[in-house]
Design a protein around this ligand. Structure first.
Ligand code: G4P
Length: 291
């Protein structure tokens, strides 16, 4: 599957973040718990060099909880602070402030030794599109959304939000564009909705999803569409037949009675993205040291 990509966006977003980074103590990096590897832009390590780091596995409710734990273990083994959260309903949000303080402990200690006692920690939130940055910021900041005004040297129009006396967030979320050469990463990004559907072939993407679901999470397919699953590794004609069955069961038939395959693909993708096929993770932590 060939997904087209436009790296121009990436350069621009990165340049904007570089302008702000000097003001920041800690980078809060949001990943999609269903695809933590694909949703992680590796350039963030260069951008965040010397900064404290907190990884948040967001949308943990949509991901397999055993895999959430495996990913937490993986990122911890790489030296990151990590939490799983659900920005939408607020689960896990209360653990974030203590985790930020823990991640910045050395800096807080250094300040204390220098007699700087009341300086808040400053955090920048970054993540690829659709990972849940806006939802997270609203949930984290809640009602305490009080702008603290521009600080000299900060990119014009950027504001700091004071959460409490010990933490300020940079208001403009850093949009990191996804980065990939491996088409499989592109497929994961498309499945979690971080790449615009318009540049994709929905049917091909639905087949990629079926391939994964038949192998790792067939129950949701059986439950939702009453599909018969023939083996863990169905070939393309078998998967096309499954899509056709979804179309027929949903009454998606063209005038001549032909199943509307693209619409069936859309339904399958929407159901997956909304968690209606179960809590499913697309990627296992790499066994090498790719983080
Ligand atoms: P962004 O700023 O990073 O682009 O993402 P945004 O906050 O707009 O969130 C993208 C979508 O993901 C939204 O759904 C949002 O509700 C959903 N979302 C964010 N965090 C979580 C989470 O932890 N769990 C789940 N299940 N969903 C989450 P939407 O369909 O675009 O909007 P809405 O219908 O929910 O309002």
């Amino acid at each position: 599957m060939n997904i087209q990509w436009y790296p121009g966006h990436m350069t621009k977003a990165m340049r904007a973040m570089k302008a702000d980074i000097a003001m920041v103590d800690v980078i809060i990096e949001l990943l999609d718990a269903r695809a933590p590897f694909a949703s992680r832009n590796p350039d963030i390590d260069e951008l965040g060099r010397g900064k404290s780091r907190l990884v948040l596995l967001n949308k943990a409710d949509l991901a397999d909880d055993r895999m959430n734990e495996a990913w937490i273990w993986y990122f911890k083994s790489k030296g990151f602070s990590v939490l799983k959260i659900n920005a939408k309903n607020g689960v896990g949000i209360r653990q974030i402030l203590p985790a930020v303080q823990e991640a910045c402990r050395e800096k807080i200690e250094r300040n204390r030794r220098r007699g700087i006692l009341n300086r808040p920690i400053r955090a920048m939130v970054v993540g690829i599109p659709n990972v849940g940055k806006s939802t997270f910021i609203n949930s984290f900041v809640g009602k305490s959304r009080a702008k603290t005004g521009n600080k000299p040297g900060v990119t014009r129009a950027n504001q700091w939000i004071r959460l409490n006396p010990s933490l300020e967030l940079l208001d403009t979320p850093g949009v990191l564009w996804p980065k990939f050469e491996d088409p499989q990463i592109g497929v994961s990004l498309a499945l979690i909705g971080s790449i615009n559907d318009e540049i994709l072939n929905k049917e091909e993407l639905a087949l990629e999803l079926l391939r994964h679901l038949c192998r790792y999470a067939p129950e949701g397919l059986k439950r939702r569409y009453d599909l018969e699953i023939c083996g863990e590794t169905p070939d393309i004609p078998v998967m096309m037949k499954m899509l056709e069955t979804i179309a027929r069961r949903r009454g998606l038939l063209a005038k001549g009675g032909e199943p509307e395959m693209e619409k069936a693909a859309g339904i399958l993708l929407d159901d997956f993205r909304a968690g209606r096929l179960g809590a499913i993770t697309l990627e296992a932590p790499p066994s090498g040291d790719a983080a």
